[in-house]
Design a protein. Structure first.
Length: 292
């Protein structure tokens, strides 16, 4: 078994087929296929299930991929430890970031970080789905809100204030809510995961869950903001999404005495990445820039 085979194997499972993997590796499809067959023979275990359209990974393959990634990470750390360029941060990095937060807030910070560390390469995926960090080969995921129990390491970066707002036209038409219970008589535009759980506000220091309803549920904050600007109802969103619309007068805040608790902004990453110099430097940088 060769170290090169580990790298090829990880690229193959990320790419999903030999053709795409070969293109990324600048190798022939035949060579990639041959190396994977040699790796399976050396291990005496089936790692990949081959069919005409797409490869799938066996359970043994998933376990092996985690160990393979750790081995390659350890090698990279060892190389950096003895390199004359130790002071220059370097390496490749794959990140998952929520769509709206990434576009509105993190994009310029990432550009600043890369200007400071030109030998680092980032691969950034913007989206609101929860990625499988280990299975999909991500180094870090930035997540907003409560975190599910897992084997991942979590680091708190900041908190994000949430506000309730709507268009001035909507208030003229529907009236201004004065207390949280008034929301039950209003159209409320709900974030996807709030579609079932309602809105939780603070009233006299206690949490109050309201089963709000309205004409739209979406898993994207920008879509909900646009609907609120169009006068479709009230929206509860992180301040960074609606701040410019509020400053411009397209939206107005309501119920400011009852705002819900801020959302926690966290970075999560696999245990085998906790020794990564790039990982540590990037998270230190974000924590400094994102201080409340």
């Amino acid at each position: 078994m060769q170290i090169e085979d580990l790298r090829i194997f990880l690229v193959v499972i990320k790419a999903g087929n030999f053709t795409a993997a070969a293109e990324q590796l600048l190798m022939s499809k035949q060579y990639v296929s041959r190396r994977m067959a040699s790796l399976e023979a050396a291990l005496d275990v089936r790692l990949l299930i081959r069919n005409t359209r797409k490869l799938s990974v066996t359970e043994s393959g998933l376990v092996f991929s985690q160990h393979a990634q750790k081995i390659l990470d350890d090698i990279q750390e060892a190389e950096l430890a003895v390199s004359e360029r130790r002071q220059e941060l370097q390496g490749s990095f794959r990140i998952s970031i929520p769509m709206s937060f990434g576009v509105s807030f993190l994009s310029p910070l990432i550009a600043e970080f890369l200007r400071q560390h030109p030998a680092v390469q980032f691969q950034i995926e913007l989206g609101d789905r929860y990625v499988d960090l280990i299975g999909e080969g991500f180094d870090i995921a930035i997540r907003i809100g409560s975190l599910a129990d897992s084997s991942l390491i979590a680091r708190r970066l900041s908190v994000l204030k949430r506000v309730i707002c709507c268009s001035p036209d909507y208030l003229l038409r529907a009236g201004t809510p004065k207390i949280p219970e008034d929301l039950l008589q209003h159209d409320c535009l709900r974030y996807g995961r709030e579609g079932q759980n309602g809105w939780e506000l603070l009233q006299e220091g206690k949490r109050k869950l309201l089963d709000v309803r309205g004409p739209m549920v979406s898993n994207n904050g920008e879509v909900l903001k646009d609907a609120a600007v169009a006068g479709l109802g009230l929206v509860l969103l992180p301040e960074f999404i609606v701040e410019s619309a509020i400053k411009g007068g397209a939206l107005v805040e309501v119920l400011s005495d009852f705002y819900p608790e801020p959302l926690t902004l966290s970075a999560v990453y696999p245990q085998h990445r906790q020794r990564s110099e790039v990982n540590k430097a990037f998270l230190d940088f974000l924590e400094e820039r994102l201080k409340p």
